[in-house]
Ligand binder design. Structure first.
Ligand code: PXG
Length: 293
């Protein structure tokens, strides 16, 4: 028997069975809140600074004032890892709107709820990193920026979950989501990149995406180190299908090649050379000590 997991909840470490949120919390009643999915490698919290910045942006966009400083949250994350003896983990950091009345009014909730879970991570099967992954294109479009900006990593993930159900029904692990105008946006929990003639392109914020931390790492650090250009631009499905390579990025996935989209093989139908180089560069950086900035 392993010891019961400890959860950091509103300032204290409590046993998993005791870590509960009220049924009056607007996070539960309305999906009113925001979160981050973060990863620790060998005791280092990958891009912790970028994750905290994004969480603070999400909170500001829903007018939620974080109840702790970034420094206090960073300490809470390290304390949670230590308390559970975890050096490699998936970290879920959540702000809920907090306990309020049954009405929508967010400002009648006096104090946001905060919790940190550190647990083992659910990864894609190893063989998919070698062979590439099959994905589908979801029928359901990504929610438009004007309705609920996907740049807000909110507790309301039903748009993604409904597309994920399409993937599950098709017996694949991810779905590419288009925006309502038919441009490629992102996947349910990963960003999308395409490679054509040695150049990488990926949808910009205006397409309606979460600006992934892994996406930022690829664009700003890994690709430049390999001397590969990355361009943010709008593109439609035919251009994605005609790409030499397609790959996805995300905290859980890291970088994973796509071999097939619906019934179309991408490139040679295996993981291409640019994707492979980026995957190796990613590994190299993590093994040298995951960057925390
Ligand atoms: N788009 C969406 C909609 C996401 O939810 C990403 C892109 C990739 O962003 P990052 O910052 O991770 O590179 C995400 C992130 C899970 C899980 O448990 C999902 C995410 C991250 C970690 C775990 O399915 N989504």
């Amino acid at each position: 028997m392993t010891a019961m997991l400890k959860i950091w909840l509103d300032g204290a470490l409590v046993a998993k069975d005791e870590a509960k949120v009220s049924v009056y919390d607007h996070g539960v009643l309305y999906g009113d809140g925001c979160f981050e999915g973060i990863r620790a490698y060998n005791g280092r919290v990958f891009k912790l600074g970028a994750h905290l910045d994004r969480l603070w942006c999400s909170a500001a966009k829903i007018r939620l004032t974080p109840p702790y400083s970034k420094e206090a949250i960073a300490k809470a994350i390290r304390d949670t890892l230590d308390a559970n003896g975890l050096r490699n983990a998936y970290i879920r950091l959540v702000f809920t709107r907090g306990i309020g009345t049954l009405g929508l009014h967010p400002f009648r909730c006096p104090k946001p709820g905060t919790f940190v879970i550190a647990d083992r991570i659910q990864l894609y099967p190893e063989e998919l990193y070698e062979k590439g992954m099959k994905v589908i294109v979801a029928q359901r479009p990504r929610i438009p920026v004007a309705c609920l900006d996907p740049a807000i990593k909110s507790l309301n993930y039903l748009n993604n979950i409904l597309a994920k159900i399409e993937a599950i029904d098709a017996d694949v692990l991810e779905a590419i989501m288009l925006n309502v105008d038919g441009f490629v946006a992102e996947c349910t929990g990963d960003n999308v990149f395409a490679v054509k003639n040695g150049e990488i392109f990926t949808p910009p914020a205006e397409a309606g995406i979460l600006r992934g931390v892994t996406r930022g790492f690829v664009m700003n650090e890994l690709a430049p180190a390999l001397g590969i250009r990355v361009k943010e631009r709008m593109f439609r499905l035919p251009e994605l299908l005609a790409a030499d390579e397609v790959f996805l990025t995300g905290t859980a996935a890291e970088i994973i090649g796509v071999s097939q989209v619906d019934d179309h093989a991408i490139g040679s139908g295996s993981v291409g050379p640019v994707t492979t180089k980026l995957m190796h560069e990613f590994r190299k950086r993590i093994e040298a000590g995951a960057p925390e900035d």
